[in-house]
Design a protein around this ligand. Structure first.
Ligand SMILES: C[S@@+](CC[C@H](N)C(=O)[O-])C[C@H]1O[C@@H](n2cnc3c(N)ncnc32)[C@H](O)[C@@H]1O
Length: 487
């Protein structure tokens, strides 16, 4: 296929679906085109292209081609901290705001793939929302890939996608067969699936809920779109969300230079966004009082598998010369981009050379924390501090773990120590600022945001920010400036 012809395909798919095809994906694209044109009996890619371009009946064919091009990688409770933020921060607030009103809860999982995400949301609700029976709850889930939707409706999963489901929850909501796990009807019936191309204008499925959404999950979907398309989609999310609705994006996606209509919030080291209509933007945000509502202490969602390798050697050999600092940063970078296995490989490699490498142990600690294995993560953090008391990131890890535990004083102290040891530690300043905000300590929060703005002034534009999940100077500056203005 000529380069020009390949570009034509990219153009037509970009126009119809907003998808952005990186040159790295050329091979996949060519393979998919060849497969489809052979299936339809076309002699050349030119014929197939003109069929797609001109034929009014090509809609179904587009679906088949798109099915070969969409990446459906997902699993239950992917990015567990999003689910913690959902049950410990977002749900309590929505429930207390609406408890005296209509008792309607609407959630949308956009780009739901095989359903793992909306079903994880359903399980979270069943587990922590005691009054759910008195509420009218609707979880709608959409995707463009009809095969994924079919799979989702079937509720049949393999052991890989359910590996992060806590054993207790697994036993409660799945029936295990020899080769698979069948989701029980109690969960299946809570989610309705619809076909939706996010790049089109009509989102008629949304009428099913008869209300605006309280929460939208659209994680790991927008990374495949062109920027203009992302802006259009986010604008639609804004319009379809309740005034104080919440938006969850993937770990490496953010709204910088995309929309000013949302305020970022960070909890347990992950971001999520709150819709801020203009009239709410300039006023100081009130810290909502945690009313005793029907959400008891959250279930622990723990994986069943060991992910992070233990150091293999029990007797420390003479450390061999390796560039530990560089490797560690590489590992953290993979971690930030959700390539967890690659990150684990690097930390393990460092530990093979030096089993007492504080940095590598810390990396393992972050991986454990990411899997929700907090106790083990905490042990690693302590182990790290026994080796090197002056490693700021170790206190940052403990800060996240303390925050999850709800120990505010310990959280504050951990972040403050991290900053004491590394005064330019942006994410420690940021999490501290958010913590102060949550406690209603506006002056302290503003001070932290201003600190970040000052630190950022010394950074290069596209320099990534450690532990921020994909933000760079420019994007983070905007967030902080907005946060400073919002007081
Ligand atoms: C990587 S999966 C993300 C699944 C899930 N949200 C998660 O984070 O685990 C991306 C999903 O986006 C869907 N998708 C891609 N382009 C889309 C479009 N134009 N409209 C709707 N869904 C789309 C894909 O079919 C795929 O299921």
């Amino acid at each position: 296929m000529s380069t020009e012809q390949l570009e034509n395909f990219k153009q037509i798919l970009g126009d119809r679906y907003g998808l952005n095809f990186d040159p790295r994906n050329d091979k996949t694209l060519k393979k998919a085109i060849t497969k489809r044109l052979e299936a339809l009996g076309f002699k050349s890619d030119i014929d197939y292209y003109s069929f797609l371009n001109k034929s009014t009946g090509a809609a179904e064919e587009f679906d088949d081609l798109i099915s070969l091009l969409t990446v459906g990688h997902t699993n239950y409770f992917r990015s567990p901290d999003h689910f913690r933020a959902l049950k410990e921060y977002v749900l309590p607030r929505i429930v207390s705001q609406k408890a005296d009103k209509d008792k309607r809860l609407r959630i949308w999982s956009a780009g739901c793939s095989t359903g793992d995400e909306p079903y994880s949301i359903a399980i979270t609700l069943l587990e922590c929302f005691k009054g759910i029976k008195q509420w009218d709850v609707k979880i709608l889930a959409t995707d463009i890939n009809t095969q994924f939707l079919q799979h989702a409706r079937s509720g049949i999963y393999d052991s890989w996608t359910t590996k992060y489901v806590d054993q207790k929850l697994f036993d409660k909501y799945f029936v295990k067969t020899e080769n698979s796990a069948l989701l029980k009807d109690q969960v299946k019936n809570m989610v309705k699936f619809f076909y939706l191309n996010l790049a089109t204008d009509g989102y008629s499925f949304a009428q099913e809920g008869k209300d605006k959404f309280d929460i939208i999950f659209c994680r790991n979907v927008l990374i495949y779109f062109r920027k203009e398309m992302v802006k259009r989609i986010i604008k639609k999310f804004y319009d379809l969300l309740e005034d104080k609705g919440y938006l969850f994006l993937g770990y490496s996606e953010n709204l910088t230079q995309i929309s000013r209509g949302f305020e970022p919030n960070s909890l347990y080291g992950v971001f999520f966004y709150e819709k801020r209509p203009p009239e709410l933007r300039t006023k100081p945000k009130q810290v909502p009082q945690a009313r005793p509502i029907e959400i008891p202490s959250p279930p622990r969602i723990k994986p069943k598998e060991t992910v992070a390798p233990e150091p293999k050697e029990t007797v420390a050999p003479e450390p061999e010369e390796i560039d530990e600092e560089r490797l560690y940063l590489e590992g953290i970078n993979h971690f930030g981009e959700e390539r967890f296995e690659k990150a684990a490989e690097i930390f393990e490699h460092i530990l093979e050379k030096n089993p007492r490498s504080a940095r590598a142990l810390l990396g393992i600690g972050f991986l454990l924390a990411n899997k929700g294995r907090d106790q083990e993560a905490r042990q690693k953090g302590q182990e790290v501090l026994e080796i090197d008391q002056l490693l700021p990131e170790a206190y940052y890890l403990l800060g996240i773990l303390n925050e999850r535990e709800g120990s505010l004083k310990a959280t504050r102290e951990s972040y403050q120590r991290a900053i004491f040891l590394e005064k330019d530690f942006i994410m420690a300043h940021f999490n501290l600022a958010i913590l102060y905000k949550r406690e209603g300590k506006w002056r302290e929060a503003q001070r932290e945001f201003k600190n970040i703005v000052n630190i950022l002034k010394t950074r290069k534009d596209n320099e990534p920010i450690k532990f921020s999940g994909g933000f760079n100077k420019r994007s983070f500056l905007k967030i902080c400036e907005e946060a400073v203005r919002s007081k």
